[in-house]
Write a protein that binds this ligand. Structure first.
Ligand SMILES: O=C(O)[C@H](O)[C@@H](O)[C@H](O)[C@H](O)COP(=O)(O)O
Length: 225
Protein backbone atom coordinates (compact mmCIF):
# COMPACT_ATOMS: atom_id res chain seq x y z
CA UNK A 1 0.00 0.00 0.00
CA UNK A 2 1.42 3.41 -0.88
CA UNK A 3 0.17 6.96 -0.62
CA UNK A 4 1.52 10.49 -1.05
CA UNK A 5 1.72 12.79 1.98
CA UNK A 6 1.47 16.51 1.18
CA UNK A 7 2.19 19.08 3.90
CA UNK A 8 0.95 22.68 3.59
CA UNK A 9 2.14 25.85 5.39
CA UNK A 10 -1.33 26.46 6.86
CA UNK A 11 -5.00 25.42 6.61
CA UNK A 12 -6.03 28.27 4.30
CA UNK A 13 -3.33 27.41 1.77
CA UNK A 14 -4.32 23.77 1.97
CA UNK A 15 -7.99 24.59 1.34
CA UNK A 16 -7.20 26.71 -1.74
CA UNK A 17 -4.75 24.21 -3.19
CA UNK A 18 -6.90 21.15 -2.49
CA UNK A 19 -9.99 22.82 -3.98
CA UNK A 20 -7.94 23.51 -7.13
CA UNK A 21 -6.80 19.89 -7.30
CA UNK A 22 -10.36 18.59 -6.86
CA UNK A 23 -11.61 20.96 -9.56
CA UNK A 24 -8.80 19.80 -11.87
CA UNK A 25 -9.68 16.16 -11.19
CA UNK A 26 -13.35 16.85 -11.99
CA UNK A 27 -12.47 18.63 -15.26
CA UNK A 28 -10.28 15.68 -16.23
CA UNK A 29 -13.08 13.20 -15.42
CA UNK A 30 -15.63 15.25 -17.38
CA UNK A 31 -13.31 15.34 -20.38
CA UNK A 32 -13.73 11.56 -20.65
CA UNK A 33 -17.22 10.89 -19.29
CA UNK A 34 -20.67 12.49 -19.57
CA UNK A 35 -21.04 12.69 -15.80
CA UNK A 36 -18.72 12.46 -12.79
CA UNK A 37 -19.37 11.56 -9.15
CA UNK A 38 -17.68 13.70 -6.50
CA UNK A 39 -17.86 12.05 -3.05
CA UNK A 40 -17.05 14.20 -0.02
CA UNK A 41 -17.07 13.83 3.77
CA UNK A 42 -18.97 15.81 6.36
CA UNK A 43 -17.60 16.85 9.71
CA UNK A 44 -15.67 20.02 10.44
CA UNK A 45 -12.57 19.81 8.22
CA UNK A 46 -13.92 20.15 4.65
CA UNK A 47 -15.97 23.37 5.06
CA UNK A 48 -13.15 25.73 3.95
CA UNK A 49 -12.38 23.48 0.96
CA UNK A 50 -16.06 23.59 -0.06
CA UNK A 51 -16.01 27.41 0.25
CA UNK A 52 -13.34 27.52 -2.49
CA UNK A 53 -14.46 24.55 -4.58
CA UNK A 54 -18.03 25.83 -5.01
CA UNK A 55 -16.71 28.69 -7.16
CA UNK A 56 -14.65 26.49 -9.50
CA UNK A 57 -15.24 27.06 -13.18
CA UNK A 58 -16.34 23.67 -14.50
CA UNK A 59 -19.52 22.10 -15.84
CA UNK A 60 -21.18 21.38 -12.50
CA UNK A 61 -24.41 20.37 -14.26
CA UNK A 62 -22.63 17.10 -15.14
CA UNK A 63 -21.45 16.45 -11.55
CA UNK A 64 -23.22 14.19 -9.03
CA UNK A 65 -22.29 15.07 -5.46
CA UNK A 66 -22.43 12.29 -2.88
CA UNK A 67 -21.57 12.18 0.83
CA UNK A 68 -19.15 9.48 1.97
CA UNK A 69 -21.40 9.08 5.02
CA UNK A 70 -24.32 10.70 6.79
CA UNK A 71 -25.32 11.07 10.43
CA UNK A 72 -28.96 9.92 10.64
CA UNK A 73 -30.42 13.28 11.71
CA UNK A 74 -32.88 15.52 9.88
CA UNK A 75 -31.34 17.60 7.06
CA UNK A 76 -31.87 20.83 9.01
CA UNK A 77 -30.08 19.48 12.11
CA UNK A 78 -26.78 21.16 12.94
CA UNK A 79 -24.96 17.79 12.71
CA UNK A 80 -26.41 16.94 9.30
CA UNK A 81 -23.73 16.49 6.63
CA UNK A 82 -26.39 17.13 3.98
CA UNK A 83 -26.95 20.52 5.58
CA UNK A 84 -23.21 21.26 5.38
CA UNK A 85 -23.24 20.41 1.66
CA UNK A 86 -26.27 22.58 0.98
CA UNK A 87 -24.79 25.53 2.83
CA UNK A 88 -21.17 25.38 1.70
CA UNK A 89 -20.69 23.22 -1.42
CA UNK A 90 -23.93 23.27 -3.42
CA UNK A 91 -23.85 27.07 -3.76
CA UNK A 92 -22.30 29.50 -6.26
CA UNK A 93 -21.38 27.66 -9.51
CA UNK A 94 -21.67 24.27 -7.78
CA UNK A 95 -25.39 24.90 -7.19
CA UNK A 96 -25.83 23.38 -10.68
CA UNK A 97 -24.58 19.98 -9.43
CA UNK A 98 -26.98 17.18 -8.57
CA UNK A 99 -27.03 15.77 -5.03
CA UNK A 100 -27.31 11.99 -4.68
CA UNK A 101 -29.07 11.83 -1.30
CA UNK A 102 -27.93 9.86 1.73
CA UNK A 103 -31.12 10.77 3.59
CA UNK A 104 -34.72 9.57 3.37
CA UNK A 105 -37.46 11.37 5.27
CA UNK A 106 -39.52 9.25 7.64
CA UNK A 107 -37.32 6.12 7.39
CA UNK A 108 -34.62 4.75 9.63
CA UNK A 109 -31.19 4.28 8.11
CA UNK A 110 -31.57 0.49 8.00
CA UNK A 111 -34.69 0.72 5.84
CA UNK A 112 -33.29 3.50 3.65
CA UNK A 113 -29.95 1.88 2.82
CA UNK A 114 -31.10 -0.32 -0.04
CA UNK A 115 -33.24 2.27 -1.84
CA UNK A 116 -30.58 4.96 -1.61
CA UNK A 117 -27.90 2.53 -2.79
CA UNK A 118 -29.92 1.59 -5.89
CA UNK A 119 -29.81 5.23 -7.03
CA UNK A 120 -26.07 5.56 -6.31
CA UNK A 121 -25.15 2.28 -8.02
CA UNK A 122 -26.05 3.58 -11.48
CA UNK A 123 -23.52 6.43 -11.14
CA UNK A 124 -20.48 4.51 -9.83
CA UNK A 125 -17.50 4.46 -9.77
CA UNK A 126 -16.66 7.59 -7.81
CA UNK A 127 -14.58 9.79 -10.12
CA UNK A 128 -13.18 12.05 -7.39
CA UNK A 129 -13.14 11.16 -3.69
CA UNK A 130 -12.36 13.33 -0.69
CA UNK A 131 -12.24 11.62 2.70
CA UNK A 132 -11.79 12.83 6.25
CA UNK A 133 -10.28 10.83 9.09
CA UNK A 134 -10.80 10.80 12.85
CA UNK A 135 -8.03 10.52 15.45
CA UNK A 136 -9.34 6.97 16.06
CA UNK A 137 -8.43 6.18 12.41
CA UNK A 138 -12.04 5.95 11.21
CA UNK A 139 -12.94 7.22 7.80
CA UNK A 140 -16.43 7.84 6.42
CA UNK A 141 -18.42 5.98 9.13
CA UNK A 142 -16.14 2.94 9.16
CA UNK A 143 -15.33 3.22 12.88
CA UNK A 144 -13.14 0.82 14.86
CA UNK A 145 -15.56 -1.20 17.01
CA UNK A 146 -18.63 -0.37 14.84
CA UNK A 147 -21.34 -3.03 14.79
CA UNK A 148 -21.09 -3.83 11.05
CA UNK A 149 -17.45 -2.89 10.39
CA UNK A 150 -16.44 -6.37 9.15
CA UNK A 151 -19.24 -6.27 6.56
CA UNK A 152 -18.28 -2.74 5.53
CA UNK A 153 -14.67 -3.77 4.93
CA UNK A 154 -15.52 -6.95 3.03
CA UNK A 155 -14.84 -7.14 -0.72
CA UNK A 156 -18.48 -8.26 -1.07
CA UNK A 157 -19.91 -5.34 0.92
CA UNK A 158 -23.09 -3.69 -0.37
CA UNK A 159 -22.75 -0.07 -1.50
CA UNK A 160 -24.20 1.39 1.70
CA UNK A 161 -24.39 0.09 5.25
CA UNK A 162 -26.01 1.43 8.39
CA UNK A 163 -23.37 1.69 11.13
CA UNK A 164 -23.58 2.19 14.88
CA UNK A 165 -20.41 2.77 16.85
CA UNK A 166 -19.34 3.81 20.35
CA UNK A 167 -17.47 6.77 18.79
CA UNK A 168 -20.52 8.06 16.87
CA UNK A 169 -23.31 9.87 18.73
CA UNK A 170 -26.02 8.89 16.21
CA UNK A 171 -26.62 6.02 13.75
CA UNK A 172 -24.80 6.52 10.46
CA UNK A 173 -25.17 5.49 6.86
CA UNK A 174 -21.86 4.96 5.12
CA UNK A 175 -20.37 4.04 1.77
CA UNK A 176 -18.44 0.82 2.25
CA UNK A 177 -14.72 0.21 1.76
CA UNK A 178 -14.86 -1.31 -1.77
CA UNK A 179 -16.87 1.65 -3.08
CA UNK A 180 -14.53 4.19 -1.48
CA UNK A 181 -11.36 2.32 -2.41
CA UNK A 182 -12.64 1.92 -5.98
CA UNK A 183 -12.66 5.70 -6.53
CA UNK A 184 -10.59 6.76 -9.55
CA UNK A 185 -8.92 9.71 -7.76
CA UNK A 186 -8.54 9.70 -3.98
CA UNK A 187 -7.75 12.50 -1.52
CA UNK A 188 -7.71 12.52 2.28
CA UNK A 189 -7.90 15.74 4.30
CA UNK A 190 -6.46 15.85 7.81
CA UNK A 191 -5.61 18.71 10.14
CA UNK A 192 -3.51 18.75 13.32
CA UNK A 193 -0.71 16.79 14.99
CA UNK A 194 -3.03 14.28 16.61
CA UNK A 195 -4.35 13.05 13.26
CA UNK A 196 -0.89 13.03 11.68
CA UNK A 197 0.28 10.77 14.50
CA UNK A 198 -2.83 8.61 14.11
CA UNK A 199 -2.04 8.16 10.41
CA UNK A 200 1.51 7.10 11.29
CA UNK A 201 0.21 4.78 14.00
CA UNK A 202 -2.11 3.16 11.43
CA UNK A 203 0.87 1.83 9.45
CA UNK A 204 0.86 -1.96 9.31
CA UNK A 205 -2.43 -2.30 11.20
CA UNK A 206 -5.36 -4.37 9.96
CA UNK A 207 -8.31 -2.32 8.63
CA UNK A 208 -10.46 -3.69 11.50
CA UNK A 209 -8.23 -1.68 13.86
CA UNK A 210 -7.40 1.17 11.47
CA UNK A 211 -10.22 1.43 8.89
CA UNK A 212 -8.45 4.27 7.05
CA UNK A 213 -5.99 1.63 5.76
CA UNK A 214 -8.76 0.13 3.63
CA UNK A 215 -8.84 3.20 1.37
CA UNK A 216 -5.32 4.68 1.41
CA UNK A 217 -3.70 2.91 -1.52
CA UNK A 218 -2.90 5.46 -4.22
CA UNK A 219 -4.38 8.33 -2.20
CA UNK A 220 -3.03 11.84 -1.73
CA UNK A 221 -3.09 12.89 1.93
CA UNK A 222 -3.34 16.64 2.48
CA UNK A 223 -2.15 17.83 5.90
CA UNK A 224 -1.66 21.15 7.72
CA UNK A 225 -1.20 21.95 11.42
O1 LIG B 1 -19.73 12.69 9.18
C1 LIG B 1 -18.58 12.56 9.54
O2 LIG B 1 -18.22 12.76 10.71
C2 LIG B 1 -17.55 12.13 8.55
O3 LIG B 1 -17.77 12.05 7.27
C3 LIG B 1 -16.29 11.57 9.18
O4 LIG B 1 -15.75 10.45 8.60
C4 LIG B 1 -15.28 12.71 9.25
O5 LIG B 1 -14.67 12.90 8.00
C5 LIG B 1 -14.24 12.45 10.29
O6 LIG B 1 -14.91 12.14 11.50
C6 LIG B 1 -13.37 13.66 10.53
O7 LIG B 1 -14.17 14.67 11.04
P1 LIG B 1 -13.65 16.13 11.33
O8 LIG B 1 -13.27 16.72 10.03
O9 LIG B 1 -14.83 16.82 11.96
O10 LIG B 1 -12.49 15.97 12.28
Amino acid sequence: MSYTFLEYPDRDMLAIDLANQLAGDLREALAHEDRAVLAVPGGTSPGPVFDDLCAADLDWSRVDVLLTDERWVAPDHERSNTRLLRERLLVDRAAAAQLLPLWAEGQDCDAAAETLAARIETELPIAVLLLGMGADMHTASLFPGADRLAEGLSARAPILLPMRAPGAPEPRLTLTAPVLDGALRKHVLIFGEEKRQALEAARGKAPEDAPINAVLDGAKIHWAK
